[in-house]
Design a protein around this ligand. Structure first.
Ligand SMILES: CC(C)=CCC/C(C)=C/CC/C(C)=C/CC/C(C)=C/COP(=O)(O)OP(=O)(O)O
Ligand SMILES: O=P(O)(O)OC[C@@H](O)CO
Ligand SMILES: [Mg+2]
Length: 245
């Protein structure tokens, strides 16, 4: 049951650094065709989810239509139990470690766990850590956002995630964030955290993307760029080639 995790590790051996595309079920018209394009352009996986995605029937349809269009894995990125859908390949089984609400640390996970088992979705144990404030995930997840310049706090949470057995840490500035997680924070976390380091939120250009992977991110996540920039295909290709160079 670690097909997707093995695939991610194989991709990392091949390319050193990876890019996942986040397709928010609420923000795309023809999501399958966007998924097909990002696969062609070099994304290693598609994340599907959103902070406020609550329509499970819509989500199921969406996952099926994406899966019929592509061959890279479709990984759920749930904002709640409603983000669990039967036909996905895997799920970022996140705990929002710096939430002030136990629901987002272990409550939603308890409610979702048996569904993940029933649907045979591969869980990827992920410490989800929100940096900064005022984004949707920060608000919904009742996060005590870590200040961007407080790397030491992110290090503490990341190492705690590792000691709790989580093989992934996701440093999240929030979708559409005005600023991305800093290179200083990433390199400080990298010195301590041994697992796969995912970084996302506010990444829009190839130079920044390159800096973040050089600092130690294994995987970067791109979402809003694909929704808002008419020139996104060109920029997405530039990002992929920058992180692999
Ligand atoms: C493991 C299970 C079943 C649930 C986990 C539930 C947790 C921990 C949720 C964390 C808090 C949260 C609301 C996360 C959302 C992460 C996410 C899918 C972000 C995608 O971007 P959006 O926040 O939807 O961006 P916009 O709405 O701004 O487009
Ligand atoms: O939408 P953007 O800002 O690219 O962020 C992606 C992801 O980290 C959000 O969960
Ligand atoms: Mg959303």
């Amino acid at each position: 049951m670690s097909r997707v995790e093995n695939y991610i590790n194989d991709e990392l051996k091949k390319h050193k650094k990876l890019c996942f595309a986040l397709l928010d079920s609420e923000n795309h018209g023809d999501i399958a065709s966007v998924a097909k394009k990002v696969e062609m352009l070099g994304a290693s996986a598609i994340l599907v989810g959103g902070s406020s995605a609550i329509d499970q029937l819509d989500l199921d349809k969406l996952v099926l239509s994406i899966k019929s269009a592509i061959s890279i894995p479709v990984i759920l990125f749930p904002g709640n139990v409603t983000g669990v859908s039967p036909n996905a390949d895997a799920i970022l089984f996140t705990s929002l470690l710096n939430s002030e609400d136990p629901y987002f640390i272990s409550g939603a996970q308890a409610l979702g766990a048996l569904l993940v088992k029933k649907y045979k979705i591969e869980p990827l144990p992920t410490g989800y850590i929100i940096i900064g404030e005022n984004t949707t995930a920060w608000f919904i997840g009742r996060a005590k956002g870590i200040p961007f310049e407080k790397s030491n706090i992110a290090v503490m949470y990341s190492l705690a995630a590792q000691y709790l057995g989580m093989r992934f840490v996701y440093l999240e500035a929030g979708s559409g964030a005005k600023r991305n997680v800093s290179t200083e924070m990433i390199s400080d976390v990298r010195k301590y955290f041994d697992g796969l380091l995912i970084v996302g939120g506010g990444i829009r250009d190839s130079e920044i993307a390159k800096q973040l992977v050089n600092a130690g991110a294994d995987i970067i996540v791109i979402g809003t760029l694909l929704e808002t920039d008419p020139d996104w295909e060109k920029k997405f290709v530039e990002i992929i080639s920058a992180i692999r160079s």
